[in-house]
Write a protein that binds this ligand. Structure first.
Ligand SMILES: Cc1cc2nc3c(=O)[nH]c(=O)nc-3n(C[C@H](O)[C@H](O)[C@H](O)COP(=O)(O)OP(=O)(O)OC[C@H]3O[C@@H](n4cnc5c(N)ncnc54)[C@H](O)[C@@H]3O)c2cc1C
Length: 293
């Protein structure tokens, strides 16, 4: 069967620098192609029609790779899920990213799928987004203002406005995501569920981050995926735990509070009831793992 992409394509460009890409995107009449694992399917099924010009950013070497400098991690938008799995320094400093990458799709998809594509696709079920929110990451955006490159940073938490929607303006390119290296003793864990252990879009995903010292939890962040129009922070559950003594009872109460903050839907993957149940189970297990594991 031949699948015909929606939208028309009358031009294809493969820039090799960020400036070339920003210029190619400047009139807002272009679609960005990174790994293509979301875009090509969505163009084929009509959800994201091509905009006329396809700008393939995969040859822009400066967009790929991760580095840790001055206490900050910076991951280029074109860094693939496989790159993250293979990055020893990153795995040591922020193990949760490898843990998440290890639950992501298949080897073939991981080789193509980029972190920038996962963020820009803005799915409430985007796996890499969940630990990045727990790490309080921000994204870097670049665009061409007619004379030079204009850049801005946006907190990842403020980036998503709905399923598939972000604050990114037409013509903007996501160039990197960055966050502070977690302090010693601060632990972050991720969990996801789908009908299969990997190779599957999450039914529910969650991340928990905290420092548990002398039985007290601080710097608590609870992030939930696939249970609201965007990934969310469970703020009331976080407030319950912040500065509290970490006990089994607290974990159970925080998990219940987190489940009360979501607005899940019934769809082909799971019912809203099951998503609520899974959220509570995941949050409780993650808290127990971080605080008592
Ligand atoms: C079989 C299969 C399994 C999957 N499993 C998972 C999974 O387990 N977990 C998961 O989270 N996802 C999964 N996905 C979805 C997908 O692989 C990821 O979302 C992936 O990270 C998208 O990255 P990409 O580079 O392929 O993006 P693309 O498809 O190239 O782009 C996605 C969107 O982002 C835009 N975009 C990409 N990069 C930029 C940029 N730098 N600046 C501006 N806009 C940009 C594109 O224009 C497009 O709208 C799966 C997909 C398939 C087909």
């Amino acid at each position: 069967m031949q699948v015909k992409p929606s939208g028309t394509l009358d031009e294809y460009l493969a820039p090799v620098t960020i400036e070339e890409a920003a210029r190619a995107l400047a009139d807002g009449r272009a679609s960005v192609l990174a790994g293509g694992t979301d875009l090509m399917l969505q163009a084929a099924n009509g959800r994201t029609p091509y905009r006329g010009r396809l700008v393939n950013i995969r040859r822009i070497a400066e967009l790929r790779g991760a580095a840790i400098t001055g206490g900050r991690v910076r991951i280029g938008a074109l860094t693939t899920v496989t790159d993250i799995l293979n990055h020893a320094e990153l795995a040591k400093a922020v193990p949760v990213l490898r843990q998440t990458a290890d639950k992501f799709a298949s080897n073939q998809i991981r080789n193509m799928a980029t972190i920038g594509g996962n963020i820009c696709n803005a799915s409430p079920a985007g796996d890499m987004i969940i630990p990045l929110l727990a790490l309080e990451a921000e994204v870097e955006l670049a665009s061409w203002d007619g004379a030079k490159i204009r850049t801005r940073e946006v907190a990842l938490e403020k980036f998503f406005t709905g399923p598939g929607r972000t604050v990114m303006e037409r013509g903007e390119l996501l160039t990197a995501v960055s966050f502070a290296v977690p302090e010693a003793g601060h632990r972050v864990r991720f969990a996801k569920s789908g009908p299969r252990p990997a190779l599957e879009i999450s039914t529910v995903s969650a991340a928990f981050a905290a420092t548990c010292k002398d039985g007290v939890t601080t710097n608590v962040r609870i992030v939930l995926g696939a249970v609201a129009p965007t990934p969310i922070r469970a703020r009331s559950a976080e407030a319950l735990m912040e500065g509290a003594e970490c006990s089994g009872d607290l974990a159970a109460r925080a998990a219940k509070a987190a489940a009360g903050e979501i607005s899940p839907i019934d769809d082909v993957r799971a019912s809203a009831w099951y998503r609520t149940h899974l959220t509570e189970v995941f949050v409780r297990r993650l808290i127990e793992d971080v605080c008592h594991g």
